[in-house]
Design a binder for this molecule. Structure first.
Ligand code: B12
Length: 215
């Protein structure tokens, strides 16, 4: 990773919120774009934190502190996130992290990127059952359902949403489903029957545009 990110990496790994916010804002001051900071620095740092956790080099409190630091950074960077001119609305999206999964840092970035790019969002939060996702999509008259999962055991919950939509005549053609998150891949998305997969928040915006245009 680029050396200019080192101080931010150190702060996230140390779980130091104050230092994390300071370093992230300094990068914005140097002209870095917020999505760039997330994709080039914060995501790979959290992946490394996750790997250390798997190897038992760190334990749950450290993992939690790093996660909380990134959440604090996320809030501090929000005002600096630029999007296209919102102008005309580009469609309605229901987003959530699927049942059994409490990870929401990535989902929140995706939500915010979609919002600043003109989509109308309803964020259902984390650990949302398939029935509740679909109920909310109907109520909100959503064009797209966006699902996030960060753990392998959450993939069946994601597939549940897709299966219910595909198996019920009344939902046929009503919603497009886009999926993303650590254990999700293009291959998994295709096999599960999702309409699209996005690797990161920037791609999520491109994918959502394509799905909305192609309805
Ligand atoms: C931070 C973190 C936590 C924090 C979460 C804080 C929060 N509010 O989210 C805390 C400490 C609470 C936590 C808890 C746990 N965690 Co955790 N966690 C992580 C960690 C280190 C980082 C995740 C993250 O935020 N990444 C940064 C964001 C920006 O990236 P992202 O989420 O991938 O999102 C981007 C893309 O994927 C994409 N994207 C995401 N969603 C979507 C959706 C759509 C539609 C699209 C298009 C794109 C998209 O765009 C995003 C932005 O670019 C990961 C490590 C890893 N490799 O991911 C482990 C990790 C996910 N956790 C793991 C585990 C095991 C747990 C616990 C079970 C630990 C425990 N023993 O209690 C619990 C689970 C609780 C639960 N039921 O969910 C494992 C999962 C293993 C697996 N593959 O199944 C991982 C991989 C760590 C590891 N290597 O073991 N965790």
């Amino acid at each position: 990773m680029n050396d200019e990110y080192q101080l931010l990496v150190d702060a996230i790994q140390a779980g130091d919120k104050e230092r994390g916010i300071k370093e992230a804002l300094a990068l914005v001051g140097q002209g870095k774009k917020v999505p760039q900071i997330f994709i080039e620095c914060i995501e790979p740092t959290l992946v490394e934190v996750g790997e250390k956790f798997s190897r038992l080099d760190i334990f749950l409190p450290e993992l939690m502190n790093s996660g909380a630091t990134v959440k604090a950074i996320q809030e501090a960077l929000l005002p600096y996130l630029e999007g296209e001119e919102a102008g005309s609305k580009k469609g309605r999206i229901v987003i959530c992290t699927v049942s059994g999964d409490l990870h929401d840092i990535g989902k929140n970035i995706v939500r915010t990127m979609l919002e600043v790019n003109g989509f109308e969002l309803r964020d259902l939060g984390v650990d949302v059952s398939a029935a509740n996702v679909i109920r909310a999509a109907v109520e909100f008259n959503a064009d797209i359902i966006a699902l996030s999962a960060l753990m392998l055991p959450s993939l069946p919950s994601m597939k549940d949403v897709i299966d219910i939509l595909r198996e019920n005549e009344k939902y046929k053609g009503k919603f497009k489903v886009m999926v993303g998150g650590g254990p999700v891949s293009q291959a998994w998305a295709e096999k599960a029957g999702a309409d699209a997969y996005g690797d990161n928040a920037i791609e999520a915006v491109k994918v959502a545009h394509a799905l909305y245009e192609g309805r």
